[in-house]
Design a protein around this ligand. Structure first.
Ligand code: PLP
Length: 412
């Protein structure tokens, strides 16, 4: 109980890009007594969350819910549609794309890792500062005249960089090449914060998790399916048992699972769905875009580059900030944590020590984000970093002059 004994006063500022701060409403829902997962009340809960989560993925097809972290849902997605030795085209947008590619290797697949070549003037890989280049995907698929590539795998919101990718453009690229590969998308940190449309964008499997835009603690994750993915799963030969879609989808029809589901997190999911769908998905997406723009206004005032080098694809979920040459971003993060009880995301993989990540998702509001910006600005000063001040002022000016989406709705 060390953490409790030394608990500082006030709320901790959990500003990493997930797990995100959980709203009290959801924490209260999760605290209710656990019920019989084979009893009648459970079936009603199961049907409710299975219907609601489809709306969030914007799909009419089944969504499978696993009691696992996002990594489990990555494995589930590959295990259900692939056979040993299958070729997969994956795209390097950052650390999470890299981890998924490593998993494909470990599962005995043959992933090819496409990337924008080279580094830019920051010395960082270009591919980790831009989204998926759909033209590269199309060109590669056109070369595959024997149609050996079985799937294209991309990350929608690369949490290690703060860069999003245009998923509809990737689908258009696959279609333009006349290629039958499935489209598999990791939207673990995009779903329920950034616009996402499983059916409309022609995605075959979308993977997501509970601990980001859904505002739940870590512990459940998802595979949203397409009819083509379900069809492919009937002949796919990678071993699978716990992850197998067929039994789960079958039992889900009555609101139950073939194993013990994560009952209390499903209470939380039901509450989260009420909150998100009650607010309206367009409002949820606009809220995150506005938060991101306010935080970026601060970073711009500081004169520090964002990890995302393409203004068209800034993440609404997090902002990656590159620290000046010679400034250890992790030492800065440690200082900010010690002095202001504020947690920022670390630089992952190739970005270690070069950048930090500011999350703007979960149970948040304008003033929480102004406080985060203030904590970072004080930390930059204390660390002796050379930067222009004025970030807090810039964020306040942005939020004050841009009404929140809900207020705009009332005024209309
Ligand atoms: N993919 C992305 C984009 C992520 O952000 C994460 C976790 O942050 C993962 C995959 C891995 O998910 P988990 O840590 O829940 O296993």
């Amino acid at each position: 109980m060390i953490a409790l004994d030394n608990h500082p006063s006030g709320r901790h500022f959990l500003q990493i890009p997930g797990p995100s701060p959980v709203p009290d409403r959801i924490l209260r829902a999760i605290s209710l007594p656990t019920i019989d997962h084979r009893g009648p009340e459970f079936g009603a809960l199961g049907l409710k969350v299975l219907a609601g989560i489809r709306q969030v993925f914007q799909t009419r097809h089944p969504v499978v819910i696993y009691p696992a972290s996002g990594t489990g849902a990555w494995e589930a997605a590959l295990a259900n549609v692939m056979s040993p030795g299958d070729a997969v085209l994956m795209y390097e947008t950052g650390h999470f794309a890299t981890l998924w590619q490593k998993m494909a290797l470990r599962l005995g697949l043959e992933p090819e890792f496409l990337a924008l070549p080279g580094v830019d003037d920051t010395g960082l890989p270009r591919s980790w500062r831009h989204g998926v280049q759909a033209d590269l995907v199309e060109a590669r698929l056109r070369q595959d005249t024997q149609k050996k590539i079985r799937a294209v795998c991309v990350v929608h919101n690369e949490t290690s960089t703060g860069v999003t990718s245009d998923i509809a453009a990737v689908r258009r690229a696959i279609d333009a090449a006349g290629h039958p590969a499935l489209l598999m998308v990791d939207s673990i940190s995009g779903l329920a914060s950034a616009d996402y449309r499983h059916d409309e964008w022609g995605v075959d499997v979308t993977i997501s998790g509970s601990q980001k835009g859904l505002m739940l603690p870590p512990g459940i994750s998802f595979n949203a399916l397409s009819p083509r993915a379900l069809e492919r799963s009937k002949s796919a030969k990678l071993p699978k048992a716990f992850w197998a879609w067929d039994e789960i989808v079958e039992m889900n029809q009555s609101g139950y699972w073939p194993y013990t589901p994560n009952t209390n997190l499903l209470y939380g999911l039901a509450e989260s769905l009420d909150m998100l769908l009650g607010e309206g998905l367009p409002q949820v997406f606009a809220r995150h875009q506005r938060w991101a723009a306010g935080v970026r206004a601060a970073v711009q005032a500081w004169g520090l580059p964002t990890q995302c080098a393409d203004p068209a694809v800034h993440s609404p979920v997090l902002t990656g900030v590159i620290t000046p040459e010679g400034v250890d971003a992790d030492a800065l993060r440690r200082l900010i944590h010690e002095r202001f009880d504020l947690s920022l995301g670390t630089g992952l993989g190739k970005l270690k020590g070069r950048m930090f990540r500011m999350g703007h998702l979960g149970d948040s509001n304008d003033l929480t984000l102004v406080a985060m910006v203030a904590g970072v600005e004080m930390g930059l000063k204390l660390a002796g970093v050379k930067f222009a001040g004025g970030g807090v002022q810039a964020a306040m000016a942005y939020f004050a002059s841009h009404a929140a989406p809900a207020a705009l709705k009332k005024a209309a």
